[in-house]
Design a protein around this ligand. Structure first.
Ligand SMILES: [Zn+2]
Ligand SMILES: [Zn+2]
Length: 107
């Protein structure tokens, strides 16, 4: 690990540690995962957005929940500690990546 502690900062540009691509600002919302590969990072502890976790490992998108009323939810699972988190998809997420996730293809 290097010193890049702030992989996911609310509404700031970041470089994805999984695919290496740059994510730009997302207007009107908070980005908590890569819009290209949908990977996230384990930065929250108990409350979403608290940024209190010491884990800081990559979180792999494992499932897409299409049952809710608020749009699609990506279920992320931490590659290190196994914690699962639910995150809403963003408006500019890669539709290909979302479809791949919904059909359980490996990203
Ligand atoms: Zn990525
Ligand atoms: Zn973790």
């Amino acid at each position: 690990m290097n010193d890049r502690k702030n992989f996911i900062v609310i509404n700031e540009t970041f470089i994805c540690e999984n695919c290496g691509r740059k994510n730009d600002l997302l207007k009107g919302s908070c980005r908590n995962h890569c819009k290209y590969c949908l990977y996230s990072k384990h930065v929250d502890n108990k409350i979403p957005g608290d940024r209190k976790s010491d884990c800081k490992s990559l979180m792999k998108p494992i499932e897409l929940d299409q049952s809710g009323p608020k749009g699609y939810i990506i279920i992320h699972k931490c590659t290190k500690c196994g914690k699962e988190m639910r995150n809403k998809t963003a408006t500019d997420d890669s539709i290909d990546a979302i479809i791949a996730l919904s059909t359980h293809k490996n990203l």
